[in-house]
Design a protein around this ligand. Structure first.
Ligand SMILES: [Fe+2]
Ligand SMILES: [Fe+2]
Length: 301
């Protein structure tokens, strides 16, 4: 008997995702300052959040297309797809609530979300389904490696409001749990030939450029709105230069520095996606799922 050179299918069986109905009931008064590293990092995370509801519906649609066309034969993969859809729908619901709360706090979340929706509607109308699925796998790679980073470095949330922290941890755990599903659908319907691998790599390049260009375009808009709103409310007349520089240094530390410098730290894992034959479960981080049921119980809807 030869050893299985690719353990991914076994891991998939061991990590069948489960839809969990969770409601965090976040405290609205902390919407713009919940992260332990202050407003810049809070608003950066809030900016990431505004992509989730429409983005995750795009992921669901791109997979549903192949499921409805009955191109997924494997019953276990069909079951995983059902759970994937359930999990992403739940993430969308919680992030919708979160985003509405941040919008109520005076940040232009709904306006920016509408831009994301317009873009995704355009892509859905003009890209072939295979490219949409490739983009989904690419962005699922991003959510999986970012989620893995948060779970590897829970101290990132030191000093954060606990409910907000737990919401991000829950999302990170479930992104880990279902990280192979879109990818397995891609393999099942498009295979692993040169054409499929090229389309997969192209999807990652384009999705990365588009996603981060929007994040770094939206984040200053969100910060500006927060500062204007605080000035209007008289909460803060004028931020001193030192305070502004401090906020930017914290954000730089968080993204490319050492606390945890996630964009820098994630580069090797990000690049591994380009390796022919890559599979998300090549990195076996199932241990991150250990606390998910306890978390789900604590916040059961
Ligand atoms: Fe998600
Ligand atoms: Fe996901």
């Amino acid at each position: 008997m030869t050893a299985n050179p690719n353990p991914a299918p076994d891991i998939r069986k061991a990590t069948m995702p489960i839809r969990r109905d969770i409601a965090f009931k976040l405290p609205a008064e902390r919407a713009t300052n919940w992260h332990g590293m202050g407003e810049q990092v809070t608003v950066f995370m809030n900016t990431l959040s505004l992509f989730f509801p429409h983005g995750e519906r795009f992921f669901i649609d791109s997979i549903r297309h192949y499921r409805d066309a009955e191109q997924i034969d494997d019953p276990e993969l069909q079951q995983a797809v059902r759970a994937f859809i359930g999990q992403e729908a739940m993430h969308g619901r919680e992030h919708d609530e979160f985003n509405a709360m941040v919008d109520d706090a005076g940040l232009p979340v709904l306006e920016l979300e509408a831009k994301v929706k317009t873009l995704l509607d355009f892509l859905q109308a003009h890209l072939p389904p295979s490219m949409q699925l490739s983009a989904t796998c690419a962005l699922e790679h991003w959510t999986a490696i970012m989620g893995g980073m948060l779970l590897d470095n829970p101290e990132v949330f030191d000093g954060s409001e606990p409910r907000f922290r737990d919401m991000w941890m829950w999302h990170a755990m479930e992104e880990t749990e279902h990280k192979g599903v879109a990818f397995d659908v891609y393999r099942a319907v498009l295979g692993k030939g040169v054409k499929a691998e090229t389309l997969r790599a192209t999807g990652l390049v384009l999705a990365t450029l588009l996603f981060w260009a929007l994040v770094f375009n939206f984040h200053p808009k969100m910060m500006k709105a927060l500062q204007q709103q605080q000035a209007t409310q008289g909460k803060r007349k004028r931020r001193g230069l030192r305070q502004r520089v401090r906020g930017l240094v914290d954000l730089a530390q968080f993204t490319v520095g050492t606390k945890p410098g996630f964009l820098r730290a994630l580069l090797p894992e990000y690049l591994s996606y380009f390796r022919p034959g890559f599979h998300p479960w090549d990195v076996d981080n199932r241990h991150h799922l250990e606390g998910v049921e306890a978390l789900a119980e604590r916040y059961a809807a």
